[in-house]
Design a protein around this ligand. Structure first.
Ligand SMILES: [Zn+2]
Length: 183
């Protein structure tokens, strides 16, 4: 496939901004490979301006923010999430077509793209037992942490995929050992 073919076939990945009520959703989406800004406490007008300035889709459960953002389909785009549960919020985004073309997994804490780390480099940075039972390690340059596949992220990924299969959407994420534990 040539570069030009790849660029025309590639579906643009949405970038998101999550309001302060949606910290868990922000973490889920980052692990699934989406760029999510999570500024924390912030005035509504500031959130709208930030989303507009950075070209991000604003995620919120606050109808007031939706009304402040202007007419439907305006800029920035705003998605009003119906559920309080992060897993159902992911399912809503998937069913509405927002979760396409995931990138590589990102750090749940800081949104940095995770980098592959050779086992030889990880050996001295993780507990001995962890090194003994895992072969796939990643590194977050933002947090300066080594991450590895662990039992909890495995459950997380199965749960997410089960939900998304229910909504008949493609599986999110690169699918390869993307959900990390951490050191
Ligand atoms: Zn990080």
């Amino acid at each position: 496939m040539t570069d030009s073919t790849a660029s025309t076939e590639r579906v643009k990945q949405h970038r998101f901004l999550a309001d302060r009520m949606l910290g868990r959703l922000a973490r889920y989406l980052r692990l699934l490979g989406y760029d999510v800004s999570y500024p924390g406490p912030c005035a509504d007008a500031g959130l709208v301006a930030m989303a507009q300035g950075e070209g991000r889709v604003l995620l919120t459960r606050d109808r007031g923010i939706l009304e402040r953002s202007g007419p439907a389909g305006g800029n920035p785009r705003v998605v009003l999430l119906r559920s309080q549960a992060a897993i159902e919020q992911v399912a809503q985004l998937a069913s509405e077509g927002w979760l396409r073309s995931p990138g590589p997994p990102r750090c749940a804490d800081c949104n940095q793209v995770l980098e592959e780390m050779a086992a030889s480099e990880a050996r001295h940075l993780v507990p001995p037992y962890t090194f003994a039972v895992h072969s796939h390690f990643m590194y977050c340059r933002g947090c300066n942490h080594v991450l590895w596949e662990g039992s909890h992220p495995e459950r997380f990924r199965r749960l997410i995929n089960a939900y998304l299969q229910d909504t008949r959407m493609p599986r999110p994420g690169p699918g390869e050992g993307s959900a990390p534990g951490r050191a």
